[in-house]
Design a protein. Structure first.
Length: 203
């Protein structure tokens, strides 16, 4: 009698539970397990962390610095993280730890580049906005510039969502924020960004 372990007449491969187990894909390692291995000196594990978090790090950097600086800083952030792995106390929060390194790197760039700025008079701002044609739309660089003027929590969450395309749950997992905090930051951040666009004369 042909049992559950018989070969398939079409393929010659085993059918039943054994075949299912054989073709089951292995579960990808968790962020925490990769961080644990990287902290022990496993470069391949750290490469996996780089692949998983590069977009998130880039998005956070864009919330603080211009795109060219963000592109350059991504590699610096991961090099710094590799050298400082012994300071990672909680492997479950490796994403938040990487973003803290990125945030500090971006703020350091901002402090070095900061120069005194002239604050235009309100009437000049109104004149600049009025000079734009009706229904003018802002380009990506202008939107990023206005986004960087928002409070930190809002602009970081917005950059991860609007620029890097991360979902709400992905942002929460990467940053350590609660799902509710991510929703609030996105909602309030978008309100403030739209208001800034209107102030600049964009539709």
């Amino acid at each position: 009698m042909m049992g559950a372990w018989a070969s398939s007449p079409k393929t010659g491969t085993s059918s039943g539970p054994v075949a299912a187990v054989r073709w089951m894909e292995p579960e990808p390692p968790s962020d925490a397990s990769l961080a644990e291995r990287a902290r022990a000196g496993d470069r391949a594990a750290f490469e996996h962390l780089h692949q998983r978090f590069a977009r998130t790090v880039h998005g956070l950097l864009l919330a603080h610095v211009p795109p060219n600086d963000a592109d350059d800083l991504v590699q610096e952030v991961f090099l710094s993280a590799w050298r400082r792995l012994e300071t990672l106390r909680d492997v479950e929060r490796v994403g938040a730890w990487l973003l803290a390194i990125a945030r500090n790197a971006a703020l350091a760039i901002g402090r070095r580049a900061r120069t005194p700025e002239l604050v235009p008079a309100p009437e000049l701002l109104s004149s600049a906005a009025a000079s734009r044609p009706p229904q003018a739309t802002a380009d990506g660089a202008e939107i990023l510039g206005l986004m960087r003027e928002l409070p930190e929590a809002y602009r970081e969450t917005l950059a991860l969502r609007l620029v890097e395309g991360l979902s709400g749950p992905e942002i929460a997992a990467a940053t350590g924020l609660t799902h509710g905090s991510v929703r609030v930051n996105l909602h309030r951040g978008l309100q403030l960004l739209r208001e800034r666009l209107r102030q600049e004369g964009y539709a």
